[in-house]
Design a protein around this ligand. Structure first.
Ligand code: SF4
Length: 251
């Protein structure tokens, strides 16, 4: 499995060069809508999944690249990589682009992770539920992970972070009636931007309709937001990009 892929077109990030520090389906969640399918390795243990030298080699091989941003993303949870800080250093040395990371937010309660994420230009953190009941039903986290801890981790992070903190929230049947509560909760995190999403990529869960998402966006009017139906990428996608898109998680 390649550690570097794309650039792929992203409705959130433009042309994004992906860096995968996990390269396996290892995640602390098992989201019902995950486009990878059920989580194979459910773990909350931070570990070295991919050697930093391998990422350095893969990155050097594809240079130069025409992209807008480098995005740490994975078919698992990228912040579980214990060598995340080392990998970020390698990327900074080789590529002169802003660097973002997509996270499911589960490791934000860990101070060391917050310190590492501070060094990214953009952190896109997932919040799909306003309470533990819905959190357990949608994100199906590993035992011991609670929404309250994640929310306080994100709030602590916001205080120390000068970059762009963006929240992505995935709406499906199970949480659509909680959009008001979710909007209030997300507002308390003081994000720079909110992505309102629904699984338009292949998923075991049906996406909400454009009309339903439009109704939901009304609850987010106090916040700066982008909705997937309005901003999804409509340009041409090359076969290489299609392959890369297939590998990308629905984070
Ligand atoms: S959607 Fe993301 S956070 Fe959820 S199970 Fe898949 S990889 Fe993990």
């Amino acid at each position: 499995m390649r550690t570097v892929y794309g650039p792929v077109p992203s409705w959130r990030l433009g042309r994004s060069l992906g860096v995968d520090p996990i390269c396996q389906n290892a995640c602390s969640f098992d989201c019902i809508y995950c486009q990878i399918g059920p989580t194979i390795k459910k773990t909350y243990k931070r570990d070295v999944f991919v050697d930093t030298k391998r990422i350095k080699r893969d990155l050097k091989e594809i240079m130069p690249i025409d992209a807008d941003i480098v995005t740490f993303s994975s078919c698992g949870e990228p912040t579980l990589a214990k060598n995340l800080d080392e990998i970020l250093e390698v990327v900074r040395d080789i590529v002169d682009l802003p660097v973002a990371i997509l996270t499911n937010s589960s490791t934000l309660p860990i101070s060391k992770v917050r310190r590492i994420l501070r060094n990214f230009d953009k952190v896109i953190a997932k919040v799909d539920a306003p309470n533990d009941k819905i959190f357990n039903e949608i994100n199906r986290p590993i035992k011991g992970i609670h929404l309250g801890n994640i929310i306080s981790g994100i709030k602590k992070f916001r205080k120390i972070y000068d970059g762009e903190l963006e929240i992505q929230t995935m709406f499906v049947e199970k949480n659509k009636q909680y959009s008001k509560e979710l909007a209030e909760l997300i507002k308390s995190l003081d994000p720079d931007l909110v992505y309102i999403n629904t699984p338009l990529r292949p998923s075991l869960v049906e996406p909400l309709s454009e009309k339903e998402i439009k109704r939901i966006t009304k609850d987010f009017e106090d916040l700066k937001f982008r909705s997937v139906y309005e901003y999804r990428y409509r340009g041409d996608v090359s076969p290489l990009d299609k392959e890369a898109l297939r590998r990308r998680p629905a984070q």
